[in-house]
Design a protein around this ligand. Structure first.
Ligand code: NAD
Ligand code: UDP
Length: 308
């Protein structure tokens, strides 16, 4: 198949492109290189089935493809809050452009949505039937509401125009090729520890997240794309839940360091808890994560040791 991956030079996108090429597909990797890097896909450039396209999804695009994975959107709070209006445009106008393309060329299209659609959740763990608790006017809203609107667009193009859509809700995913200055917690802690700096804990570190290794996520994404008669939304994440303080302790233990922390203010609207209920992914996709946090951190630390 010919497959378009938007945001393909980013962290998750580059791993997805790799897997799609390994499965003998042809891949068009589209990116505006805001948080993506050409280096992330440099090892794929020699593959005749791989094409790298500099393009912004806010502008319309015409390519003939069989499948579209829409990953274009900065994912780290630091980056999506840098230009919030652009973040909204990326999710909303980008989705409209790509859904229009999918309709025109009859491609199946998958949206990389997020656990952020649940906001600061009152239901725990989060199931797909929960509508969420999201602030529409806060500093995270450009991302959360952009992704929620994108989900609405996907469902309406499906109902109104019969577009073959899929929605996945990704929970915190980490691994090699996150940017060293990405700002998300796993890369921040590893880079800080490797530089001998204090690990920055926002708030008291009592808030929780559930961390999924990137290879597990990519497997789930491909299963969702290639499953018929199930359009989602479906949660993809690792249900093992940790406090941020527990994560900091684990990272420093792995590097044989004493605990060395500094506490910073908790950003506003920072969700207090997050854990995916993955019953639906298990039953519909026969998917569950296989790499636990300890093993995933080992691989990620090894990567950052090579670049920091
Ligand atoms: P990332 O920032 O590494 O990747 C995003 C990619 O999209 C980058 O390559 C960036 O340059 C590109 N991009 C941004 N705006 C664009 C635009 N207007 N046009 C074209 N390209 C654009 O982040 P990631 O972690 O790889 O996330 C990939 C997708 O998965 C995102 O849509 C994100 O919202 C979603 N997601 C990720 C996580 C996670 O924990 N990693 C969790 C939930 C959802
Ligand atoms: N966080 C932290 N120190 C950091 C970066 C993040 O304590 O250096 C916290 C952040 O406040 C949040 C959690 O870690 O509670 C996860 O943050 P991240 O930005 O990785 O993802 P998100 O908040 O979008 O889940």
């Amino acid at each position: 198949m010919r497959i378009l991956v938007t945001g393909g030079a980013g962290f998750v996108g580059s791993h997805l492109c790799e897997r799609l090429l390994a499965a003998e597909h042809s891949v068009i990797c589209l990116d505006n290189f805001f948080t993506g890097r050409k280096e992330n896909v440099a090892h794929l450039l020699d593959n005749p089935r791989f094409e790298l396209l500099r393009h912004d999804v806010v502008d319309p695009l015409f390519v003939d493809v069989d499948q579209i994975y829409n990953l274009a959107c900065p994912a780290s709070p630091v980056h999506y809050q840098y230009d919030p209006i652009k973040t909204l445009k990326t999710s909303v106008l980008g989705s409209m452009n790509l859904l229009g393309l999918a309709k025109r060329v009859k491609a199946r299209i998958l949206q990389a949505s997020t656990s952020e659609v649940y906001g600061d959740p009152h239901v725990h763990p989060q199931t797909e039937t929960y509508w969420g608790h999201v602030n529409p006017i806060g500093i995270r809203s450009c991302y959360d509401e952009g992704k929620r609107t994108a989900e609405t667009l996907f469902m309406d193009y499906h109902r109104q125009n019969g577009v073959d859509t899929r929605i996945i809700r990704i929970f915190n995913t980490y691994g090699p090729r996150m940017l060293p200055d990405d700002g998300r917690v796993v890369s921040n802690f590893i880079v800080q520890a490797l530089k001998g700096q204090k690990l920055t804990i926002y708030g008291k570190g009592e808030q929780t997240r559930s961390f999924c290794y990137v290879d597990d996520l990519v497997e789930g994404m491909m299963r969702m794309m290639n499953t018929d008669d199930f359009i989602g939304p479906v949660n993809l994440g690792n249900p093992n839940e940790f406090t941020i303080l527990e994560l900091a302790i684990l990272v420093q233990q792995k590097l044989g360091q004493k605990l060395n922390l500094t506490f910073k203010p908790l950003p506003s609207d920072d969700p207090r808890q997050r854990q995916p209920d993955i019953s639906l992914a298990k039953s519909k996709l026969d998917w569950s994560p296989t790499i636990d946090l300890s093993a995933g951190l080992d691989k990620t630390i090894a990567y950052f040791k090579g670049i920091v």
